[in-house]
Design a protein around this ligand. Structure first.
Ligand code: MTE
Ligand code: MO
Length: 213
């Protein structure tokens, strides 16, 4: 399937969910699995039909927008920053969840301290090498479990799962974490990303079943 047809199909699916009245059940989260989710042992792959193969020698990550210190990190500079690991659960809006994902990389807060966003910056806009984008309030990015991950279960993040580096924001549905991440842009005003302009929720809290808007 072409990229355009694939995206159109996913968009129609989201629109159908809204038209059919698929609404949050507002079931209080009993335990670890958010409402409406099913646990999977595997690790499905979701992308736009494009997997941009960026060799680490050519990889860069830009920290830009409303910041005191705009920087573009290459692979060595990124790895010279403090590295952390965090184990978290992964929730995809298409209803699968995966427990105990062990991600390694750089904490978002480290990049935040490096770039020094101005006081007016309230939102973060992530861009991927595949043209993907997604938006998140800055406050949601400052939790300790938010990483730019370059490893999964002790091995480099594979291309299909968004390598060389991907964003992980465990408390939000997984589309808020850009794979193949290329830029982190700090903004004063919110700017909807790829799926957000196509009917997905702007806020994306799995515990409130904020799937589509
Ligand atoms: N760059 C990019 N990031 C992306 C996507 C994408 O298509 N391109 N898909 C998102 C969606 S919808 C999900 S559920 C997760 C899927 O990650 P996975 O393929 O590792 O399961 O990546 C998110 N990040
Ligand atoms: Mo997704």
């Amino acid at each position: 399937m072409s990229k355009e047809r694939y995206i159109a199909a996913k968009q129609r699916w989201a629109e159908k969910q809204v038209a059919a009245g698929v609404r949050p059940r507002a079931v209080p989260a009993a335990g670890r699995l958010p409402p409406g989710q099913t646990l999977t042992a595997g690790f499905p792959v979701l992308d736009l039909g494009v997997k941009p193969a960026i060799p680490t020698a050519r990889w860069t990550l830009a920290l830009d927008g409303l910041v005191e210190n705009p920087v573009t990190l290459d692979w060595a500079a990124f790895h010279a920053l403090p590295q952390v690991t965090d184990v978290s659960d992964f929730h995809c809006v298409t209803t699968w969840s995966k427990y105990d994902c062990r991600w390694g990389g750089v904490a978002f807060t480290t990049l935040y301290e490096l770039a020094r966003p101005k006081a007016a910056a309230k939102f973060v806009y992530f861009t991927g090498y595949d043209g993907y984008s997604t938006n998140v309030p800055l406050a949601s990015c400052l939790d300790d479990d938010v990483l730019i991950a370059t490893s999964f279960d002790g091995a480099p993040v594979t291309l299909e799962h968004g390598g060389p580096a991907r964003v992980i924001i465990p408390k939000l549905y997984a589309w808020k974490g850009a794979k193949f991440v290329k830029a982190v842009t700090f903004l004063e005003n919110d700017k909807p990303g790829f799926w957000e302009v196509r009917g997905y929720s702007n806020t994306a809290d799995p515990w409130k079943e904020e799937r589509y808007s």
